[in-house]
Design a protein around this ligand. Structure first.
Ligand code: IMP
Length: 198
């Protein structure tokens, strides 16, 4: 089976992407690849950060790999937290504090629309390709559910009445931005590079 290194230290993301790529491609986490680095996300777009992450891992390993960068975009907050989603409330990558800050900033906001946007950057045989996935929804007034991660407790995807944090992973995957971007990645790999080994 073709294998790809997934350039992330986030176990939730590894589990989610594995559940989608299961049986089609072997996903090797950074930990499994023996790489212990905190990959920088210095840019102001998801596209540039995703590229930075996959390029960093490719330069270390020389192997086919991919990364993803995701942001929660809220039009009423000028599309914040956006690319700053992981560090919205400070440098600690603290999901709880980030979510609390979001709810506080939206206390008086009636336009609750939001979207998750994922950009996957694949480096295959030294060339980069990008795939986007979007999930539209709304921000709740309070946290609900204890599954998932990040802003899941306050995000209800279009077509559901539950937050992502009230869903099992399979149900989240029916709606998820990451699933949509990954589906495009799979389609690309199947169509263009079914024979590649690495
Ligand atoms: P990054 O792609 O690792 O920079 O992730 C940015 C931040 O967005 C994460 O720290 C989470 O707070 C949030 N995030 C990314 N994906 C999801 C998701 O599927 N559900 C909820 N929050 C997410």
């Amino acid at each position: 089976m073709q294998s790809l290194i997934f350039a992330t230290n986030n176990r939730n993301k590894v589990n989610e992407i594995r559940s989608v790529l299961n049986g089609l491609f072997e996903v090797i986490s950074l930990e499994e690849a023996g790489i212990d680095i905190d990959i920088p996300e210095p840019h102001d777009t998801l596209e540039a950060n995703a590229r930075e992450k996959s390029a960093t891992i490719h330069s270390i390993t020389g192997k086919n790999c991919f990364s993803e960068d995701t942001g929660l975009e809220v039009p009423a907050l000028n599309n914040e937290p956006g690319v700053k989603s992981a560090r919205y409330a400070g440098d600690g990558h603290d999901f709880k504090k980030n979510t609390e800050k979001l709810l506080a900033n939206m206390l008086l906001v009636t336009d609750r629309r939001a979207r998750f946007r994922t950009v996957i950057s694949l480096i295959l045989d030294g060339r980069e390709y990008q795939f986007e996935g979007i999930c539209n929804g709304i921000i709740t007034n309070e946290e609900k559910g204890d599954q998932g991660f990040g802003y899941d407790p306050v995000f209800i995807p279009e077509g559901s009445s539950k937050t992502f944090a009230e869903m099992e992973m399979a149900e989240k995957n029916l709606f998820s931005h990451r699933k949509k971007a990954t589906a495009k990645l799979i389609e690309f790999l199947k169509t263009h590079h079914g024979q590649d080994q690495n």
